[in-house]
Design a binder for this molecule. Structure first.
Ligand code: SF4
Length: 529
């Protein structure tokens, strides 16, 4: 549903800020594609765009694709911005530019909801999820779009049920320019990992859309030209297991109807490995990737961070189980924990070798506001300012330089091309063959899609296979894929591998931030806006 009963129309410019370069946004892969410029369409801002009254003209600009222009600001009567902590500077910069045109600027989303203090210049702070605060904001702008004399803070007390969310305005985004499509079924997570802000922001009892809403959204994504991978940005896809089981048959049915046009991915806790009934249905629905926040292979560390649920099955066994349903595991890893020892880095590298997980986002611990970790470190006087060149706001128990050095070494070693492609080869040999055999969909057979694939192949062969400095390793892997006729797999693995190798190289010499939190993909899901 939309906001209703508002007569006066206002022109709203929705601007999504640029991401800082990060492990999880795959920007090193973009030059190998046919024009991808951004990671995922921002769910939250597209949701707000759809929620605004029907008679309000809306423009959506993702600054990862193009900057908002003078003409955009001159057109608008008010500006809406949203984003995550890592986009804080960019959000404040959008506000400054909008104010140059004397426009009122409202900010919503996870960052302002957790930390209103970060945004003193904005005219309206929308704190919390879509709901009564959103209606209040719309009503105020309808009455008077000019800048209020003082900042107005609007807090959602009454949230709009997700079953009443409108379809996100996917049609406003240039879908072809995104690396992945995104969709959201639930919000919130029942667990309480010490470092995580999800339960604090979105609650422990996951809120849900209906399966019918998801099917309508998938249809719309397809209409908007999405044919590749679609990521469920839910905080935890099995946060409500019954809901996951309710949805999956609908997804299977949809995939059958459309010829398996999309490859699906999600985030879920590792204890999904104990749920064969869910895994089997996910396999049938063509889920191909699951992001699991493994965080650390150290049981003491898992206990200390209240992530015991990761130990419900032995970690290695859990990963193998998920792999056996054709799903590759992507893992989040945290270094700099209080339980870390000097030998933690080596143990981690051994873990990477054992698990054969190609993609692990290895980040330094960062204390996020509104988390139990933040509260504990604040009490202990261990929060430090990370603005002045530090890679984390946590005073580690081990010396800072030692932790950063260990992180850099892990990045350097884990993403050596030989090691990374060996892990992809393992997935090709043991995980991918477990996937269901899907027909070639009409979209895949289309000339546009074939042309897209050819452009990517040409770029990969030229930029990696001819000009690249790891071409020997690349060709060994690529020829194997070509022999199997697996062009799609070749393209997908090569794109990701190239990003990981280049990012890790920059990171290992200190050119990338060690605590970038952006791969925690829930940040792209912004029900709070
Ligand atoms: S880290 Fe994952 S499992 Fe833990 S509370 Fe956050 S969303 Fe839930």
């Amino acid at each position: 549903m939309r906001a209703e009963g508002i007569e006066t129309a206002r022109r709203i410019l929705c601007v999504f800020p640029r991401y800082t370069s990060s492990f999880g946004t795959f920007e090193y892969a973009y030059p190998l594609t046919d024009g991808v410029q951004a990671f995922m369409p921002p769910q939250g801002l597209l949701l707000i765009a759809a929620y605004l009254p029907e008679n309000w003209p809306v423009r959506f600009v993702d600054e990862n694709i193009r900057p908002a222009t003078k003409e955009d600001f001159e057109w608008a009567e008010a500006v809406f911005v949203s984003g995550m902590h890592i986009q804080r500077q960019q959000m404040n910069d959008i506000c400054r530019r909008a104010h140059a045109f004397d426009l009122a600027v409202a900010i919503g989303g996870p960052s302002v909801s957790a930390c209103p203090d970060y945004y003193p210049s904005f005219d309206y702070l929308h704190v919390g999820e879509l709901g009564d605060a959103t209606n209040d904001l719309i009503a105020r702008l309808a009455r008077d779009p000019s800048r209020p004399e003082q900042q107005v803070v609007l807090k959602t007390a009454d949230r709009l049920p997700m079953t009443e969310f409108p379809l996100p305005a996917y049609e406003m985004a240039e879908m072809k320019k995104y690396f992945l499509g995104s969709i959201q079924y639930s919000s919130g997570c029942p667990y309480q990992c010490e470092f995580c802000d999800i339960p604090g922001l979105y609650g422990r009892n996951p809120r849900l859309k209906t399966p019918e809403q998801i099917i309508t959204e998938l249809d719309k994504l397809r209409e908007c030209g999405v044919t590749g991978s679609v990521y469920f940005v839910d905080d935890n896809f099995i946060g409500n297991r019954k809901a996951a089981l309710d949805l999956l048959p609908h997804l299977v049915e949809w995939q059958k109807r459309t010829g398996y046009v999309m490859r699906l991915a999600c985030e879920a806790t590792l204890n999904i490995a104990k749920r064969p009934e869910i895994l089997e249905k996910m396999r049938e629905a063509f889920f191909v990737t699951v992001f699991c926040g493994i965080e650390t292979p150290d049981p003491d560390a898992l206990k200390a961070m209240h992530k015991d649920h990761n130990m419900m099955v032995p970690i290695l066994e859990g990963i193998r189980t998920i792999n056996s349903y054709g799903m590759e595991v992507v893992s989040g890893i945290i270094m700099g924990l209080d339980t870390d020892k000097p030998e933690t880095g080596d143990a981690l590298l051994q873990f990477v070798d054992e698990t054969q997980i190609p993609l692990l986002t290895i980040n330094l611990l960062q204390a996020l506001p509104k988390t139990p970790l933040w509260d504990r470190l604040e009490r202990d006087g261990r929060l430090v300012n990370d603005d002045d060149g530090r890679d984390s706001n946590v005073e580690f128990l081990l010396p800072y330089d030692q932790v950063v050095k260990s992180w850099r070494k892990c990045m350097e070693v884990a993403y050596q091309p030989e090691k990374l492609f060996a892990r992809y080869q393992y997935q090709c040999d043991y995980t991918y063959p477990k996937r269901i055999k899907v027909p070639v969909s009409p979209e895949q057979k289309s000339w546009a899609n074939i042309r897209r694939g050819l452009i990517m192949l040409k770029n990969i062969f030229w930029k990696v296979g001819v000009l690249g400095d790891y071409k020997r390793v690349f060709w060994k892997f690529a020829l194997g894929r070509l022999r199997h006729g697996d062009i799609e797999g070749l393209i997908a693995s090569s794109l990701l591998a190239h990003h990981l190798i280049m990012f890790a190289r920059a990171a290992s010499v200190g050119q990338q931030n060690a605590s970038n939190y952006s791969i925690r993909l829930r940040e792209a899901s912004v029900p709070a806006e």
